[in-house]
Design a protein around this ligand. Sequence first.
Ligand code: FES
Length: 84
Amino acid sequence: MAVIDFEGAVKEVPDDSALLEPCEELGVPFGCTAGECGTCCVVVIEGEENLHPMNDAEKRMGLRDGERLCCQLRIKSGTVKIEL
Ligand code: FES
């Protein structure tokens, strides 16, 4: 099991799972869900190493240090803390 923590709201998810659905339930705002609009941009404040590496959509977005597109995230295991 892995854990996603969005500004103190916590959800357990299976290892190696996509975070779009659980993060939507936790209140992260989404738009396109395809890595194109930037609406779901979050800052990873803990556990970046527990996420799969950036995919091409995230690389194209020109994110700043610590930023990721929540609709593209997959968690490996462990805990990841994010905020807007
Ligand atoms: S919802 Fe559009 S980039 Fe994630």
